[in-house]
Design a protein around this ligand. Structure first.
Ligand SMILES: Cc1ncc(COP(=O)(O)O)c(C=O)c1O
Length: 313
């Protein structure tokens, strides 16, 4: 048996046959030999323009040469990788760069390996910080498919068969400040979590005042204002965070997708010192929320190179 079998059949047999069927139905089941910038190249040489961009992963284009070079350099130096017993300096550098770019009160970063994992962390941090358990989310939201993140999505399509999900997670209409205030005024909500611009919900832009007023209401009632910038962050809308277009100053902002140039799984939860310190509050709690691949040097190096590319090009 060959060591590598590259075919639809092995994927369908051993991974997800329904995905292969769906691509066939959509007439999108096309093998690509390589990808560069905005273009995908078929083995027969035909070029295809990529308008999907991995759902906002490829803000720097496919296989950006500067990011690839940075990754090769990182591999070649055989540095400390995932020791779990050292200070990962690259993580410090990337955290500082991301927080500087985000501005406002976002001063600390917790790294993850996906957007959903970032949402999970944000839920835990909001609960630890406020001592409350309730969570508010917007109708039409997409925050990821792990159990906590899925609890913050109202769509039955995604939820069916996976419950019970987190109790005390409540949906309110996107853009409805009255309903938001009514829920926040119970003072049971740890956070309102919202995409700055709804992605999977249909690229829904908020009204000009909605998010600033939502942020003020969160402050008034002691709930965290958490922005999911997994799709909209990393200059996708022209600014580092879409929040910057609206002059927002969230307590927490979640990044993932484009942060590593589409090459290494990574995510980052940016937050205020106050939120961070309420979780990592003592020596005893120094590693109270961690994840093995978080802060790994390939992801951190890719993140730094991606910021270099996005800032300079
Ligand atoms: C806005 C938003 N948040 C969170 C996620 C979840 O990210 P991931 O798929 O990396 O877990 C997604 C994924 O599409 C997303 O669009």
């Amino acid at each position: 048996m060959p060591s590598v079998i590259a075919s639809d059949k092995s994927y369908a047999d051993s991974v997800n046959p329904q995905w292969v069927r769906l691509l066939d139905v959509l007439q999108m089941n096309v093998p690509f030999a390589h990808c560069e910038g905005t273009e995908l190249f078929r083995s027969d040489g035909q070029r295809v323009l990529d308008f999907l961009s991995g759902y906002c992963v490829h803000n720097t284009g496919h296989n950006h040469p500067r990011i690839i070079a940075a990754l090769k350099e990182e591999l070649n130096r055989s540095g400390p990788v995932m020791l779990q017993s050292n200070v990962p300096e690259l993580a410090g550098e990337l955290a500082w760069r991301a927080c500087e770019s985000a501005g406002g009160r976002l001063k600390k970063a917790h790294f993850t390996s996906s957007g959903s994992e970032g949402v999970e962390a944000a839920i835990k941090f909001a609960r630890a910080h406020t001592g409350r358990t309730g969570l508010l989310f917007a109708e039409g939201a997409f925050h990821g498919l792990t159990c906590g993140a899925l609890s913050l999505m109202g769509s039955e399509f995604w939820r069916e068969g996976f419950g019970p999900l987190l109790p005390e997670a409540r949906q309110i209409p996107f853009g409805d400040l009255k309903r938001l205030e009514a829920a926040l005024s119970t003072k049971k909500c740890a956070a309102f979590i919202v995409e700055t611009i709804q992605g999977e919900g249909g690229i829904r832009l908020p009204d000009a005042e909605y998010l600033t007023r939502a942020q003020a209401l969160c402050r008034q009632y002691g709930s965290l204002f958490i922005l999911d910038e997994v799709q909209t962050g990393m200059y996708r809308t022209g600014r580092f965070l879409a929040a910057q277009h609206f002059g927002l100053d969230p307590d927490v902002a979640i990044l993932a997708k484009a942060l590593s140039g589409g090459l290494v799984p990574v995510g980052a939860v940016l937050m205020t010192d106050d939120v961070y310190n309420s979780v990592y509050s003592s020596l005893h709690r120094a590693i109270i929320h961690t994840s093995t691949y978080s802060e790994n040097s390939l992801a951190m190096r890719a993140g730094l190179a991606t910021l270099d590319v996005l800032e300079s090009e």
